[in-house]
Write a protein that binds this ligand. Structure first.
Ligand code: GFB
Length: 380
């Protein structure tokens, strides 16, 4: 008899749940408002972990890009480069375009659009996140015609997804039935990517378009033998940034080689901006070690050192290639396929390639790391 009563109660409660639709899905939306691709990709992994930690669907933001001579950022849909389905193997996600077209009208009424930030941001309004002040903030939300009616300061909460108590606190403070959408002024994540979230790179895969273009470039230009991929980060912005190496021992993505506590070594100027002679030496060493390599693919934001390589490698049986016109995402995808890769430890652009290669078990190294003189000395 007891069993029958229990069963009836369960069926009854289940029906009530369905009739009144009590299950509310929560969403996380954010503006990838800091840095360019590499920075945004680091943040993305953290935001993905955070959304899973608080059990909310992640709205995949478009990539924020900057075009030379244009004042306002432009927003490129997430799936213009990446495959959405592979992310779903880890957690529920939906593109921002889909969310705004099909879901927002039901869960995010205009008068309930509240922006989230840790504490107030300086801008036009006092005591506000000023979520739309400045570039890329304004253009980002404007792309989707989003305006905010007020701000919510979530401090002292943080977004460390690996702190279970913290995740519980988020769920308790902002339950989805009262706060269906948490819209963050900036990414709810740290830079560089938290070490615990590096493995999430396995769910970030290129879309078919990028994969096909990558295959075609390799087939047309670098077939017959393997290729060495190298990343040369050497534009003016980088030259300036590298001046901070001495006072920032973990500058940008440096933890990927020196460790998050510098436990694997000291950051040097040469790791950030290696001299041409050092680059040539290191490339020659790699070619000597990997005899099957017949091509060198150079990716760079500025100087591809084409002539330098052609001169230095003229007695070695290799050809040198680059993309023309420049295409950062295709550069990244090609570097991800190289038989061997040498990248810049400080650059988050390199970090994306390194993580992708680690997932596939492909070998990589960094310019001037580890310090060869020091290693030799230690070996004696
Ligand atoms: O990706 P990213 O954050 O890496 O920014 P870093 C560098 C941008 O420069 C890329 C271009 O998003 C690309 O647009 N770029 C860099 C490249 N390397 C290449 C390349 O090999 N090929 C092509 N086609 N483009 C940091 C910034 O850059 O630099 C920081 O994230 C700061 O915010 C600092 O501005 C100075 O980590 O290298």
């Amino acid at each position: 008899m007891d069993k029958i009563i229990t069963l009836v109660t369960i069926i009854f409660s289940f029906n009530i749940l369905i009739i009144f639709g009590t299950k509310i899905d929560g969403y996380v939306i954010y503006c990838p408002c800091m840095g360019r691709f590499g920075n945004q990709a680091d943040h993305f992994l953290g935001a993905l972990a955070f959304s899973k930690g608080i059990n909310r669907t992640l709205v995949l933001p478009p990539w924020v890009e900057y075009r030379y001579g244009e004042i306002r950022s432009i927003q490129v849909p997430f799936d213009a480069y990446f495959n959405v389905d592979s992310l779903k193997n880890y957690h529920q996600v939906v593109t921002m375009e889909y969310f705004m077209r099909n879901i927002a009208q039901d869960v995010w009424p205009l008068q309930e659009r509240i922006s989230f930030c840790y504490t107030q941001r300086i801008g036009e309004i006092q005591n506000s996140c000023n979520a739309k002040s400045g570039n890329p903030f304004g253009p980002f939300w404007d792309t989707f015609h989003i305006d905010f009616v007020k701000s919510e300061f979530y401090g002292p909460l943080n977004y460390d997804a690996h702190n279970v108590n913290m995740m519980e606190l988020w769920k308790k403070t902002y339950p989805p039935n009262e706060w269906p959408v948490l819209a963050f002024t900036g990414a709810p994540a740290s830079f560089p990517v938290q070490s615990e979230n590096v493995y999430l790179q396995q769910y970030v895969t290129w879309n078919d378009d990028i994969i096909n273009k990558t295959k075609l470039f390799i087939k047309n230009n670098m077939s017959g033998g393997g290729f060495l991929g190298i990343h040369l980060r050497n534009g003016q912005d980088w030259v300036k940034a590298c001046q901070h190496v001495t006072d920032s021992p973990k500058l940008f993505s440096a933890p990927q080689c020196v460790g998050y506590k510098n436990e694997r070594g000291k950051l040097t100027a040469s790791m950030c901006l290696p001299q041409k002679s050092e680059i040539i030496k290191q490339v020659k060493r790699a070619l000597k070690k990997y005899k099957d390599i017949k091509h060198v693919f150079v990716a760079s934001d500025s100087n591809h050192m084409r002539e330098d390589f052609e001169n230095a490698l003229k007695y070695i049986d290799v050809t040198v290639h680059r993309l023309k016109p420049s295409n950062p995402h295709l550069d990244l995808a090609i570097l991800g396929q190289a038989n061997y890769f040498i990248g810049n430890c400080v650059s988050s652009f390199t970090a994306f390639v390194k993580r992708e290669r680690d997932v596939k078990g492909l070998p990589s190294e960094f310019w001037s790391f580890p310090d060869r003189k020091k290693t030799k000395h230690e070996e004696l």
